[in-house]
Every structure is written in C-alpha cells, then in structure tokens.
Design a binder for this molecule. Structure first.
Ligand SMILES: [Zn+2]
Length: 97
C-alpha cells in the first residue's frame, strides 16, 4: 500500500518534469521549446543543406546555443557536427566580415 503510494508520487513527478516552468508563476507564460528533430520525425539534418543549417547559426556564423535552438542535447550535438562539416566544405562561413 505504502509502496504503491510512493510509486504514484514518483510517476507524477516524472510526468510533470517537462512542465516545471508551469509550477513557477514567474515563468508560467514561457513555453518550453520542443526539439525540432524530436518533434518532427521527418526532419533530417543534412550538412550539405545550407538553408537548413542557417537556422542554427547567427548572422556572424556562430552556432546558436541550445536555449536559442530549442534542441535537445543529443540533437544539438548533431547540429554542431553538421555545421562544422558544412564549414569545412565551405558551405557555411566560419565567420562573417
Ligand atoms: Zn531532439
């Protein structure tokens, strides 16, 4: 009995993990960004597709941080790798000006 109660509590906590911001009134209005690649299974990151990669760099050519791209850790690593490959084959710039 006590065990089941504990389990329910744990499950609830796990389920609410994504909505932590909702609990804090200061950040209630801010929507947590969802990773584009996790939410869209058809999205294929391609280091040869400069149009696609341009969404993940700023005007200086720097790679945007996760807080800006909204990508999960795994896909942010993929994005970084793709951008670096694209730079190497001169599809994307290392720097602007
Ligand atoms: Zn992801």
């Amino acid at each position: 009995m006590a065990d089941r109660k504990q389990n329910n509590k744990n499950n609830r906590r796990r389920n609410n993990n994504n909505n932590d911001d909702d609990l804090n009134p200061r950040f209630r209005k801010i929507r947590k960004k969802v990773c584009v690649m996790c939410s869209n299974k058809d999205f294929e990151l391609d280091y040869k597709n400069s149009e696609q990669l341009r969404k993940f760099i700023n005007e200086k050519g720097k790679i945007l941080p996760r807080r800006a791209t909204g990508a999960c850790a795994k896909h942010q690593r993929d994005i970084t790798q793709a951008i670096k490959r694209a730079r190497h084959i001169a599809i994307l710039p290392y720097t602007q000006n």
